[in-house]
Design a protein around this ligand. Structure first.
Ligand code: CO
Length: 270
């Protein structure tokens, strides 16, 4: 059965059926987990590594979302809820606005170790959940859900989705030790963890909300540009303002192709 054909509740949730995972599926998780934990040392932001350490139930196999939720609940009041696949925007935002992070349940096949286009349980859980243990990031994610519901109503979803892409999925952060990764799309990818920080090809540009909202992206290959934040507080503050005047200002401005550099961009050294 295709993932999108799995029967679900009206809010798109399903049962994870954790007891039904095979030992091969748990072994695949463990391989990915160990490989990424090693690669991310001195590459991922310390808040991510700290969160990963606190989610000990995730180290030995595909985690039971109920146990992950017990830990998250204590720190930030969030839960992880199982869904079959990428779900409709409105349902997704509604979950985030109510502190429910949706995760797929299936795990990639051995021939998809290094790349798969649709998110699996490793991307969703390993990639996204460790930072949800950090209060300032959890608040940003909730604010994103609220902003998403508003953007849907005002017809500005495309601009807001670019913010998700360039922060929650592919964001970099400047730390005193150097550039670090926090985006889930990067931390869950062996190749992009190295490429995003160390390759000379991609542009690394200081985060600017309006600039990000104008910038296109690719979903099927490594990114041509990354945006670098100074702190998670900066992200939350940007999203806490009224976005309508910003959407309005950008309404007639052209999209910026991924990888283009503007004279006004502040480049960040790798
Ligand atoms: Co993701």
């Amino acid at each position: 059965m295709q993932h999108q054909d799995i029967p679900h509740r009206p809010d798109w949730t399903i049962d994870q059926n954790w007891e039904k995972y095979t030992s091969a599926e748990h072994a695949m998780w463990k391989t990915l987990f160990q490989r990424q934990s090693e690669i991310l040392k001195n590459r991922a932001t310390p808040e991510f590594m700290d969160g990963l350490g606190k989610l000990k139930v995730a180290a030995n196999g595909i985690p039971d979302f109920r146990r992950l939720s017990d830990i998250l609940m204590k720190h930030t009041g969030w839960q992880v809820v199982p869904v079959p696949c990428i779900i409709p925007d409105e349902v997704f935002f509604e979950h985030l606005a109510n502190k429910r992070f949706v995760s797929t349940c299936f795990i990639r096949r051995p021939d998809q170790m290094d790349y798969l286009q649709e998110p699996d349980v490793f991307h969703d859980t390993f990639g996204h959940v460790p930072l949800l243990i950090q209060p300032f990031y959890a608040e940003y994610m909730q604010a994103y859900g609220q902003a998403g519901l508003k953007a849907l109503k005002s017809g500005n979803l495309k601009k807001l989705t670019r913010l998700f892409w360039y922060t929650i999925e592919f964001g970099l952060i400047k730390r005193k030790e150097g550039l670090r990764i926090y985006g889930a799309g990067i931390v869950s990818s062996k190749g992009e963890s190295i490429y995003s920080l160390e390759d000379t090809k991609p542009k690394r540009i200081a985060f600017d909300l309006k600039r990000v909202m104008q910038t296109d992206y690719y979903i099927d290959r490594y990114q041509d540009c990354y945006f670098v934040i100074d702190s998670f507080e900066q992200l939350f503050q940007e999203l806490s303002q009224n976005l309508l005047p910003i959407y309005d200002e950008l309404k007639d401005k052209p999209d910026i192709p991924a990888g283009h550099v503007l004279p006004s961009d502040r480049k960040v050294a790798a």
